[in-house]
Design a protein around this ligand. Structure first.
Ligand code: N01
Length: 545
């Protein structure tokens, strides 16, 4: 895109925010309150981001609803009623629409407007943002609220476009639904999305075939309806709960006991346990028996012993031993992939109308007009559901042509992995801020509290720039290099970076993506403290002009 209009007298906004999911809505609210003229551009036809797009049957959050919500307004906290411990997609979408209405946000949001390109104009220190309708908009600052899990991964399977039935991606599920009743349905993928939708699809399908490349580590969510008393008990101590969230490693206060991202902390090594102790753990904890030991987070032998308890639970749950073996994770450690919470996932494979195709023994050769052909033959299908995940953390940014100083292109500069300062800023891209981006805790911490901390920090930064008559902020190379090194350093020795671990956390779900652990695993408190130190030090590590 060439810059045709360097006239800054007519800025379209002080700040353009890209995306109207949780992060974009909060950015609009807080920046507008601060007096900025803000314009939000959103590709979807409504607000909600992840919770707008992922409408597949069974879509549900795996963080307790009372925690997976904003804490910036105590009145909002008190008035909103969550009906379940783990909220469903429609309920979260309603909540985000309520926020858009309650704070009169819609007047500054343009829905149905995708951003295709962004150019930094060095003559005026402004960004020119091009939309999919060809319109060009200019702003001093941009906040990328494009989401970590928002660039769908459509698998490159031969013949995929030849299928004559319905083919649908979980993350692009049509708002008016998909005809599923009595159909022969195939699902490809058994990550969080697949695991959530499989039990729901099985209930309505004539037959459901699950094409599984890697078995999931998944635990029963024990979701339940929230009673008025349970809700009131939390609402009376909401300030304390929020403080616990901000101060916890992953932004969770553990109101359900389901703190799924952490291992046990009591001194309880599985390597020193007896068979009787392990059996007692299975009897008492079921699938969670593998998560109570202290040595599994860093020791691969201990981890494998714990995984064996998980496999044993699968054997005890699944009637057919072959299917049980097919569903059993092997060859990669517990804790390397994002854990999943489910509702009757394993039990679903005991149904007569469900078949597992274990792609470790049987490969997908092609998709034909009538179904999916594997090495063992053609499986005829009416509907194919792609639960194949995302080009995580970087995809939403690299799919936009973002050009910084001297025409540099972000996609090219991140070809060997993302380089950021604090996950929010990139050398050569002044005045561009990333919400919950790579190099920040991002997907490892509960989004709403993390967004409040991070977008709040960005808003403070913009206020500081205004108060000091500054119009440019750019990360410095040395600060960025040190941060990237720190992000890498803290990931070493965790299961996330085990050699046998391929996941979207390290880009290995996408062909050609470099193997780099993308989020910051130092925890939310350490991250926040570092951001505050930088601010207190006059935004150390940034060049300000
Ligand atoms: O995506 P995934 P997801 N042929 O990448 C398989 C969040 N989330 O949408 O593991 C065959 O985890 C792939 O196999 P493999 C949450 O953070 C949260 O399910 O690469 N299979 C894998 O099984 C989550 O972690 C919620 O070998 C192919 C699956 O597709 C993240 O989003 C709900 C394939 C993709 O799993 C992503 O979850 C939903 C191919 N060509 C999502 N390509 C909750 O809050 C990919 N696969 C609960």
């Amino acid at each position: 895109m060439s810059i045709t209009n360097p006239d800054t007298s007519a800025l379209d906004a002080d700040v353009i925010v890209v995306g109207a999911g949780m992060c974009g809505l909060y950015a609009l609210k807080v920046l507008r309150d601060q007096g900025h003229q803000v314009l939000v551009l959103e590709k979807g036809s409504g607000v909600g981001g992840t919770w707008f797009w992922n409408r597949y049957p069974g879509a549900r959050c795996d963080i307790p609803s009372l925690e997976y919500s904003f804490g910036f307004d105590p009145e909002l906290e008190q008035e909103w009623v969550w009906t379940e411990h783990f909220a469903s997609q429609p309920e979260i979408e309603r909540y985000l629409n309520h926020i858009a209405d309650r704070y009169d946000l819609r007047r500054d949001i343009r829905v149905g407007t995708g951003v295709t390109a962004m150019d930094f104009d060095e003559a005026t220190n402004t960004w020119l943002v091009e939309t999919d309708s060809g319109e060009r908009l200019r702003a001093r600052y941009c906040v990328m609220a494009t989401g970590g899990l928002s660039a769908p991964n459509r698998p490159n399977i031969p013949g995929i476009d030849s299928f004559t039935g319905t083919i649908v991606q979980t993350s692009l599920w049509p708002a008016d639904g998909v005809e599923l009743e009595g159909k022969r349905i195939g699902v490809i993928g058994t990550g969080s999305s697949g695991v959530q939708t499989i039990p729901e699809l099985a209930k309505v399908a004539a037959h459901l075939t699950v094409f599984q490349r890697t078995p999931a580590f998944t635990w029963p969510s024990q979701n339940k309806v929230l009673t008025d008393d349970e809700q009131a008990a939390i609402k009376t101590r909401y300030r304390e709960l929020r403080r616990e969230q901000y101060e916890s490693f992953s932004g969770t206060a553990g109101t359900t006991g389901a703190v799924i991202l952490q291992f046990a902390t009591d001194d309880h090594p599985i390597l020193e346990s007896t068979p009787e102790e392990r059996e007692a753990a299975l009897q008492e904890k079921g699938f969670s028996a593998c998560r109570i030991w202290t040595d599994t987070a860093k020791n691969l032998d201990a981890n494998e012993m714990a995984v064996e308890l998980f496999r044993e639970m699968i054997r005890r749950t699944i009637k057919d031993p072959d299917v049980a073996e097919g569903l059993s994770p092997r060859g990669f450690p517990l804790g390397c992939k994002r854990p999943v919470l489910d509702t009757n996932y394993f039990e679903t494979f005991n149904r007569d109308n469900v078949t597992l195709v274990d792609l470790r023994r049987d490969c997908i050769e092609e998709i034909t007009p009538n179904g999916i052909r594997t090495t063992h033959g053609l499986i005829e299908l009416d509907v194919i559901v792609l639960a194949t995940g995302f080009d995580a953390l970087t995809g939403a940014l690299t799919r936009i042509d973002i050009r910084g100083c001297e025409g540099r292109l972000l996609r090219n500069e991140w070809a060997d992995g993302p380089h950021t300062y604090l996950g929010v800023s990139v050398v050569g891209y002044p005045n561009l801020f990333i919400g919950v981006g790579p190099g920040s805790p991002g997907v490892l911490a509960t989004y709403p509290p993390q967004i409040e901390l991070q977008i709040g920090w960005i808003a403070d930064f913009l206020r500081y720039l205004g108060e000091h008559d500054l119009t440019l902020a750019e990360a410095q190379q040395s600060a960025q290099d040190a941060w990237v090194e720190h992000v890498n350093e803290v990931s070493i020795g965790t299961m996330f970076t085990a050699a046998s671990c391929n996941s979207w956390y390290n880009g290995q779900n996408i062909e050609g993506k470099p193997r780099v652990f993308l989020p910051y695993v130092g925890g939310l408190p350490l991250y926040t403290a570092r951001c505050h130190e930088v601010a207190a030090d006059g935004y150390a590590g940034f060049t300000l002009r």
